[in-house]
Design a protein around this ligand. Structure first.
Ligand SMILES: C[S@@+](CC[C@H](N)C(=O)[O-])C[C@H]1O[C@@H](n2cnc3c(N)ncnc32)[C@H](O)[C@@H]1O
Length: 224
């Protein structure tokens, strides 16, 4: 089941350009084409150079929260990357997971892990090809962040979920405030219910460096 979603007003992102595969470069991306280039360069080493070395734990928090609030499959993982969130869902018993991401290179790494039923290369800004209301739930970890996707990405993600379905996305805490997520979620008040935001650490205790204490908000709701 699905119904038309409220129209969202666009909030133009304020970004600067960078290309090296690093967290600072990722936060400074400017366009979807920049994302493709950076993640093409990062795909093969993302799990080791970034996730393991940074003690990245956000994908685990998203998957845990999704399951804890009653989420179940089939699930769409938006900005699935190399499949870390998909793997965290699988570890919690959810098996029917599809992945979508703008980076074919990141999805190739995910594909090799055998986590997703299907993967699709899609730019969230262009909408998702999936039929409206196909999924029982949707998750996203690390994609609604600086230089990546702003609140304009909520609309296609929500449209993919059937009425009553659960959604959990992480939004970098500074990005949430700067990009106007609160306002855009308020505009969607007739399309979502049971909205909660929960602040969590993006990195674990062994993380070091400027971003070690960065947090994200787990934005959770049901499709209404
Ligand atoms: C920091 S990674 C997170 C990947 C994975 N979810 C995780 O937690 O490890 C951000 C992901 O967002 C994807 N991305 C960036 N912009 C996008 C867009 N406009 N549409 C779809 N995916 C996008 C990138 O390709 C990348 O895989």
């Amino acid at each position: 089941m699905h119904k038309p979603l409220a129209k969202l007003s666009a909030t133009p992102p304020n970004r600067i350009m960078a290309k090296d595969p690093s967290l600072d470069a990722a936060y400074a991306l400017e366009t979807p084409e920049d994302s493709k280039q950076l993640y093409a360069a990062w795909a093969d080493s993302y799990d080791s150079d970034f996730a393991r070395n940074s003690d990245y734990i956000l994908h685990e928090a998203v998957a845990r929260h999704f399951v804890n609030i009653g989420g179940f499959g089939p699930v769409l993982d938006v900005g699935a990357g190399t499949g870390l969130c998909g793997a965290a869902l699988r570890a919690r018993g959810i098996e029917d997971i599809d992945g979508t991401d703008i980076s074919a290179d990141m999805l190739e790494v995910a594909k090799a892990k055998g986590i997703y039923r299907t993967i699709r290369v899609e730019n969230l800004f262009d909408g998702l090809a999936t039929p409206h209301g196909l999924y029982q739930g949707a998750v996203s970890s690390g994609t609604f962040t600086n230089g990546h996707v702003g609140p304009e990405g909520l609309h296609p993600l929500i449209a993919a979920v059937r009425l009553g379905g659960r959604v959990v996305i992480s939004v970098n805490t500074k990005h949430y405030a700067a990009a106007g997520f609160e306002h855009q979620l308020a505009e969607l008040e007739t399309d979502i219910e049971d909205l909660t935001t929960t602040e969590v650490a993006i990195y674990g205790p062994s993380a070091t460096g400027d971003h070690a204490k960065d947090t994200a908000l787990l934005v959770a709701f049901r499709r209404a």
